[in-house]
Design a binder for this molecule. Structure first.
Ligand code: ZN
Ligand code: ZN
Length: 320
């Protein structure tokens, strides 16, 4: 069984040590040395990505809807088991100096009443304080161990921290926090002081997995076994270049297909691309590579779903 491990400094660690997540020295090599020497891959800050208009009306009015709507980046509105759930909500126009490529696929005003907010880890593209303040105190927030204080600072009053493999039930839906291969920190001082991971969302009708941020790691198999059989795995496919720096913290499309196969899920739903340019690859590259990897793995296109921003994916019928 995978359990969180604490280092002697009372910091969290990944379950599998290799590949190790790079530190400050490697970060400086990527962002400073390789920039100055011209070794970084260059791509425009913006790129056209598919967007569909969504006024949220059907999402607010439909009863018994089983669906996932991609707002952008790692933010989904998931409706299952009668609950409205937001993953890693970020509706802001920028993260520090990084501007959003396209507006959120749903306006915050157009959301149904949110029951549960799931946070995968405390990085700024996943835990956005201005967004949380706008969502208000009503939703229940389920967060990794150590993230509760930040959430309460944003005005959330109902916050529950979980360790890996702990669960919390809301009505008929079970939420289980599971490992990922990543790290945490909002500043230089709090590296790995809080936990990171993904979420199982197990409702009477659908079994879903939201991965948050993760490098490829051997834990996907156990996640698939313990949460499965999974109807859908919401997996990150972007923020992967350069590989020498990103491999241990972000999957590329080939890693995501491998993870999908390990998980044994019916559908991969792609996320974490096209919204914020955090890394060196072109913003619109991930779906192209994902399609190549799908062909290489000989998977039917029905199993690999790349939603447009704003698109609602019905979870009612399995891909088969
Ligand atoms: Zn992260
Ligand atoms: Zn991220």
């Amino acid at each position: 069984m995978l359990i969180p491990r604490m280092s002697p400094m009372a910091r969290f660690k990944n379950v599998f040590d290799s590949p190790p997540v790079p530190g400050v020295k490697q970060l400086l090599k990527w962002t400073v040395v390789d920039s100055v020497s011209g070794r970084r891959r260059r791509a425009p800050r913006r790129a056209p990505v598919p967007v569909v208009a969504n006024d949220g009306r059907r999402l607010r009015e439909a009863v018994g809807l089983e669906a996932a709507t991609w707002v952008g980046h790692a933010t989904f509105l998931i409706q299952t088991g009668g609950l409205a759930i937001l993953t890693d909500p970020i509706f802001s126009t920028r993260i520090a100096t990084i501007r959003r490529n396209v507006p959120p696929g749903l306006r915050i005003e157009d959301l149904p009443a949110i029951d549960v907010i799931l946070i995968s880890h405390n990085h700024r593209d996943h835990l956005d304080l201005p967004t949380l303040r706008r969502l208000g105190p009503r939703p229940l927030a389920l967060v990794p161990s150590g993230v509760g204080r930040t959430m309460r600072r944003a005005g959330l009053e109902r916050v529950i921290e979980l360790e890996w493999w702990q669960s919390h039930d809301v009505a008929d839906v079970r939420f289980t926090f599971v490992p990922s291969h990543h790290w945490s920190g909002r500043s230089i001082a709090d590296r790995n002081a809080s936990l990171w991971g993904g979420w199982g969302i197990l409702s009477p009708r659908r079994r879903l997995y939201f991965a948050g941020d993760t490098g490829y790691f051997p834990g996907f198999r156990e996640i698939g076994e313990r949460l499965g059989p999974l109807d859908a795995a919401l997996l990150p496919v972007g923020s992967y270049d350069p590989r020498w720096f990103m491999r241990a913290q972000h999957m590329d499309p080939s890693d995501a297909v491998r993870a999908f196969v390990d998980l044994g899920a019916d559908r991969l739903i792609a996320m974490h691309w096209g919204t914020f340019k955090l890394t060196d690859e072109p913003l619109d590259e991930p779906p192209r590579l994902l399609d190549e990897e799908r062909r290489r793995a000989n998977l039917d296109p029905r199993h690999i779903v790349v939603p447009a921003i704003g698109q609602t994916i019905e979870l009612g019928a399995p891909a088969g």
